[in-house]
Design a protein around this ligand. Structure first.
Ligand code: PMP
Length: 289
């Protein structure tokens, strides 16, 4: 099937889609992005993704390239033209094309790129058996709340995880030993007291849209208590359960941290329950619940 990309107002064959060599996204990572899940052709949590996109743009003082109605229209068109039923849509916006100079250019137009693709259903073994994570120092900047395309530390971390046979790397704040987040996922534990713990959405992490949905789900479930606070690697290793969340991993159980077994080494009941609840939320978003 031939794929189509949206580039600055045009739908072009994916293989030919390109931006200028002096695009500031290319030269300075001066841009932001979003990844939104598509289920049965519907966008999952579209509204909070657009809110986060607008926030990322405004924090970096990049002009929004189009209004929300136009953006919604183009997203749907990209999904339709790529015949994506279950997959993702990727949006990237950069400060535009200008002669290379660190300071903001006058009058550059925000560049917009969108692509969409189908994704495979999650590997059943990952959900049945859980995954391993390693821990690495968090070497990123102090505005990880902005969904910037500057992802080099995240790429290095993910590669390190892969080479260690792990699914993800949890980044650790060297100052206090607390886990900030994964390289492309948020980090959670369930304590021995049964509390669900995740870091509060400060500048040290990206406030995941899956995280936000799960915070809501937990608030609506009787008998589950959420505590938003940092936790250390030691605490996580001694937790009853651990899991990670993201648009593409949903809720994924973790059974090993740096080789230490979490709980009884199997995905725990709280994680399983939250995964089910999150999948139900996705189905609801698609109008198929
Ligand atoms: N943290 C980081 C650093 C990420 O890149 C992502 C995925 N974009 C997440 C957390 C999870 O966010 P979301 O649930 O919105 O996919």
């Amino acid at each position: 099937m031939s794929r189509v990309a949206y580039v600055n107002g045009q739908y072009v064959p994916h293989a030919e889609a390109a931006v200028h060599v002096e695009d500031r996204g290319y030269q300075f990572a001066d841009g932001v992005y979003e990844v939104i899940a598509v289920t049965r052709g519907a966008l999952v949590d579209e509204e909070p993704h657009l809110v986060r996109l607008e926030r990322s743009l405004s924090e970096l003082r990049i002009a929004a390239p189009m209004g929300r109605p136009a953006l919604r229209h183009v997203m749907r068109e990209v999904i339709r033209r790529n015949r994506v039923a279950d997959g993702i849509i990727y949006l990237q916006m950069t400060r535009g094309v200008a002669p290379r100079d660190h300071a903001f250019p006058a009058g550059a137009e925000t560049s917009v790129v969108m692509t969409a693709r189908r994704t495979r259903p999650p590997n059943p073994a990952v959900i049945r058996d859980g995954v391993k994570v390693i821990t690495i120092p968090d070497i990123r900047w102090e505005r990880c709340d902005i969904k910037s395309v500057a992802l080099l530390p995240n790429c290095l971390g993910k590669q390190q995880a892969r080479e260690a046979g792990a699914y993800e790397a949890w980044q650790v704040d060297a100052r206090d030993g607390t886990v900030t987040e994964g390289t492309s996922t948020n980090a959670w534990i369930v304590t021995r007291d049964g509390e669900v713990v995740t870091r509060r959405a400060d500048h040290a992490i990206l406030n995941g849209i899956t995280r936000i949905a799960l915070v809501d789900i937990i608030a609506g479930q009787q008998g589950l208590k959420l505590v938003e606070r940092p936790f250390t690697v030691e605490e996580a290793k001694n937790a009853r359960e651990a899991f990670l969340t993201s648009t593409t991993s949903f809720v994924t159980p973790i059974v090993r941290i740096d080789g230490a077994t979490v709980g009884d080494g199997k995905p725990g009941p709280v994680t399983k329950g939250l995964r089910e609840a999150y999948l139900a939320h996705m189905a609801e978003e698609a109008g198929t619940a």
